[in-house]
Design a binder for this molecule. Structure first.
Ligand code: FAD
Length: 341
């Protein structure tokens, strides 16, 4: 059969990383990315991009751990290469601090991040309102640089990028053999997934180059994540809100909470406010589906619903989506050889 044509819908972190994985693992495929928006106008551009996993209640922990490990290993290699600066990938050390004892003293990802250990008494002196904490080194992806780096790699691999809103996956039926749905929160409308809900997040990006360590309140409500060019201050988690406008009261609240963790942030400058909608589900939807209309079929692979943790697992889920596309290709090859008999 001719080279299978694969359309990836979505150009956020998940669409671009899945398209790259496809282009690397299945070079005989002809891959295109179709998306309504590209960087810097995606949810992924708003994120802090820290590799600290969010837990998906509907996915077995060993699977989440595998996705995180694959992602950490992939980005760690980039952070140790000459590409690191352009890709916006860097190591960052810091503290996760708790007012009450944490549910997980040793989280499932503790042996994947580097140097995980309980905080010392001397370190805890910096946080008089907190009773315990965990110190470790992890990775951070700065966005938009990471998305732009992925786009550059895709173009170098011959992947086409098209600005296009897809109203119905079936509309791609006559042009593509396989469609990979990486539409993020857009999948709510695109495939009518009622289990997918937005969790609105507002963050501040500030200039505070003296802040070198991350600080995260253990409940995830307040965080300070230094990047290469700015520090991300967060945050909020508003389930069911579709509002993309920044709220000035929330901006002040985030700033005050972060200053109580790191008082030097009072001197921060150039405060920019961003809002994004986390595509949240009980589990990431990583699944094959066959759409049927009037006897015709379209093979679909879904890869969306990464909620608050897309950066932490994206390479792992891209690899799994690529494996599922491989299964679709085997199905297509099987039916084309049967047709020849
Ligand atoms: P998106 O980035 O939204 O991309 C979806 C793409 O699909 C877009 O290009 C869109 O235009 C396109 N699209 C949608 N519908 C259609 C359609 N019908 N036709 C064509 N194209 C379509 N995760 C972490 O791991 N660490 C963090 O520190 C972190 N911090 C975060 C902070 C905030 C404030 C927020 C909001 C999120 C954070 N996340 C974090 C989560 C992370 O950002 C998401 O999990 C991730 O960005 C989801 O990526 P995505 O590609 O699925 O979605």
């Amino acid at each position: 059969m001719a080279a299978p044509k694969v359309a990836v819908v979505g150009a956020g972190l998940i669409g671009l990383s899945t398209a790259l994985c496809l282009a690397e693992a299945l070079p005989s495929c002809c891959v295109a990315v179709l998306s309504e928006q590209f960087s810097p106008s995606t949810t992924s551009d708003v994120a802090a991009g820290m590799l600290i996993p969010h837990t998906y209640p509907g996915t077995p922990i060993h699977v989440q751990k595998q996705w995180f490990k694959e992602t950490f290993t992939y980005l760690f290699a980039i952070s140790n290469s000459a590409e690191a600066s352009e890709a916006g990938i860097h190591l960052v050390s810091g503290w996760q601090v708790f007012k009450n004892p944490p549910k997980d003293e040793v989280p499932f990802w503790s042996d994947i991040v580097l140097g995980f250990r309980p905080m010392s008494a001397a370190e805890l002196q910096k946080f008089p309102q907190h009773r315990s904490g965990q110190a470790f080194t992890t990775l951070k992806c700065d966005c938009p640089p990471y998305l732009l780096w992925l786009e550059k790699r895709l173009k170098a691999s011959g992947v086409q990028m098209h600005t296009r809103k897809v109203a119905d996956l079936w509309e791609l039926h006559s042009e593509y053999d396989i469609v990979v749905n990486c539409a993020g929160i857009g999948a709510h409308q695109l495939v009518g997934d009622q289990q997918l809900v937005p969790i609105r997040g507002q963050v501040l990006k500030v200039h505070a180059p003296w802040v070198k360590n991350f600080i995260r309140d253990g409940d995830g409500s307040t965080y300070i994540y230094p990047g290469i060019h700015s520090v991300t201050l967060g945050g909020t988690r508003e389930k069911g809100s579709w509002c993309l406008s920044p709220d000035p009261g929330t901006t002040k609240d985030i700033f005050d909470r972060c200053c109580s963790l790191e008082p030097s942030l009072q001197q921060a400058q150039d405060i920019k406010v961003k809002v994004g909608l986390r595509p949240s589900r009980l589990c990431v939807r990583l699944q094959r589906e066959v759409l049927n209309r009037g006897g015709a079929k379209l093979l679909v692979v879904h890869n969306y619903g990464h909620g608050a943790g897309g950066f932490s697992v994206h390479r792992g889920t891209a690899k799994e989506a690529t494996r599922l596309v491989g299964e679709c290709i085997a199905t297509l090859q099987g039916s084309s050889s049967r047709a020849k008999l």
